[in-house]
Design a binder for this molecule. Structure first.
Ligand code: NDP
Length: 256
């Protein structure tokens, strides 16, 4: 796979115990492009059996506990990440963990909105803030933009696109909490792209496609292997021109 991941010494993936997050870790260790250290986070590491068994064969997988909605957990994780990455800093932060609370106009409540917003939008922002010293350290070691230097990848969704939620496309998935949480994540990506550009930290929002995971369900057209193989190809090729964009898993730009 990627040459870029060979120079990307450190990667952190949230929600790495199942679904797309687990597949990212699998692909990184089995795809012939092993970054120095893969930090795989899970809110319940003891229950992450597949991840635990993979880390036995690949000691460069570091499993740490991270609940993305807990300030205390984020703080503790940042300390652990700092100890793991040391002077290399963090090259690639993949904010992947997410939930989908399904509610339409009739069933949506303030509580459902806030819960989805907390996990999918606020979590990635707070995690990025906590990891910023490590991202800056990695950025200081290289030039240009991309995962060879420092990058924040927010796993978003096409369903967060305001522009695409119109006409025929708006008939399905009337999911207020999920859609708005991903729209917010898109804006957070764009705001961070403005703020972190001077530090050389690339920020991008990527839609992984509709994928057969617990969240995507059995009807989804893509397998996790197809999605993540393509997502990682996009991630490895990121450069200056992608900074602050919203990308499809195929690499095309999506409308906000
Ligand atoms: P899954 O439901 O299969 O997995 C979700 C992951 O997020 C799990 O590891 C879960 O951990 C973790 N997670 C949820 N809440 C928290 C939390 N508070 N703290 C830590 N981890 C948490 O989803 P997918 O793998 O399908 O989705 C991954 C990302 O891709 C999500 O952001 C999703 O919105 C996005 N996406 C997915 C699509 C699809 O079709 N599958 C389409 C578009 C976007 P736990 O096991 O502990 O619950």
């Amino acid at each position: 796979m990627s040459d870029a991941f060979k120079v990307c010494k450190t990667v952190l993936v949230t929600g790495a115990n199942r679904g797309l997050g687990l597949q990212i870790v699998k692909r990184l260790v089995t795809g012939g492009c092993f970054p120095g250290k893969i930090i795989a986070t899970a809110r319940n590491p003891d229950e992450a059996k597949e991840l635990q068994s993979m880390s036995k064969d690949h000691p460069n997988i570091h499993i740490i506990k991270l609940d993305v909605v807990s300030e205390e957990s984020i703080k503790k994780a940042a300390v652990e990440v700092e100890q793991i990455v040391q002077k290399d800093g963090l090259n690639c932060l993949i904010n992947n963990a997410g939930i989908n609370i399904i509610a339409n106009f009739e069933t949506v409540t303030a509580e459902k909105m806030l819960e989805n917003f907390h996990t999918n939008s606020v979590g990635p922002l707070m995690i990025t803030k906590a990891m910023l010293p490590m991202l800056k350290l990695a950025a200081a070691n290289a030039v240009g933009m991309g995962i060879h230097r420092a990058a924040v990848i927010n796993m978003t969704s096409l369903l967060g696109s305001v522009e695409l939620n119109w006409g025929e496309r708006a008939k399905d998935f009337k999911w207020y909490p999920y859609r708005t949480s991903k729209s917010a994540l898109n804006m957070i990506t764009r705001c961070m792209a403005v703020d972190l550009e001077a530090d050389g930290i690339l920020c991008v929002a990527i839609h992984p496609g509709w994928v057969r995971t617990d969240m995507g369900g059995p009807e989804a057209p893509l397998s996790i292997e197809e999605s993540i193989s393509s997502v990682l190809t996009v991630i490895k090729g990121l450069n200056e021109k992608d900074h602050g964009t919203f990308l499809h898993y195929t690499g095309e730009a999506l409308p906000w």
